[in-house]
Design a protein around this ligand. Sequence first.
Ligand code: DAH
Length: 338
Amino acid sequence: MATLDEIRSAAAKRIAEAGGLDVLNDIRVNILGKKGELTQLMKNLKDMAPEDRPKFGQLVNSAREEIERQLQEARDRIAKKARELQLEAEVIDVTLPAKKAQIGHRHPNSLALDEIERVFVGMGYEVVEGPEVEYDMYNFEKLNIPANHPAKDEQDTFYINKEILLRTQTSSVQARVMEKGKLPIRIIAPGRVFRSDEVDATHSPSFNQIEGLVVDKNITFADLKGTLAEIAKQLFGEDTKVKFRPHHFPFTEPSAEVDVSCFKCGGKGCRFCKGSGWIEILGCGMVHPHVLEMCGIDPEEYTGFAFGLGLERISLLKYEIDDMRLLYENDIRFIKQF
Ligand code: DAH
């Protein structure tokens, strides 16, 4: 009985002093565990007079319960204390400014393309797309660029195999649309094109073009001129003039390159237009009769015009960006400015 009292009071003292859950666990093992002091004491039972055993057993059990209760109270106390310390340490300052979510921004190319599409759709054009991985047939053959044609070397092509390549021009979509045979045609076809070019301020192995194609009865060069003059005004301002310079493309005849008057200096000549007053923006022409024929359209009945422009070129001009590489780096600090 004296030992039991000793165990109880020693336990109460140790529990009261315990500062952590690990200490409490040690105390529990030492006293209540299989080899613990109280468990050992219980083993004395067999040496006692039979009439004393129930009483002693009861006393040990109630001591065990009491110690368990004290342990639990101590655990609660320690947990509460830990929580208080935590709350004290983690003060939330509700006056701090909120973290702003990083929201993306439309790319200058997307902005320019949106505007170009809006203008053409307003003139009754449909926006269509073609595949980036394309047959040589659509990219070259049906556009009057047969094998061994010098124009084929001008556009350094990424070939996938002998017949399949990464398209070098969105003109490939022209052949696909005409071949479908649904006339009249009035489409633009924006998309990515690929050429084996070195990267510099004005070149990239992958860039974007916008193709235009109109095929109907009685389409003339005057329609082409009127259309492009109107587009130039809408994109670069009411006072913009256009100039057609004779050129050669295999799939158009006659062909032209088109310059717009410099919207920066109004044509007087500045750093922007390299002193000439004019900025080249696209290639165009009347669809070559042979191309119409190869795509199943009767050139005696139908005529058409086509044009192709570089989207990056328009973005760089419109937003006065002087290095094409900026358009591909996607630095949000740059993109946010437009
Ligand atoms: N495909 C030509 C190029 O990539 C651009 C072009 C010129 C497209 C004249 C046309 C066109 O549709 O008529 O350089």
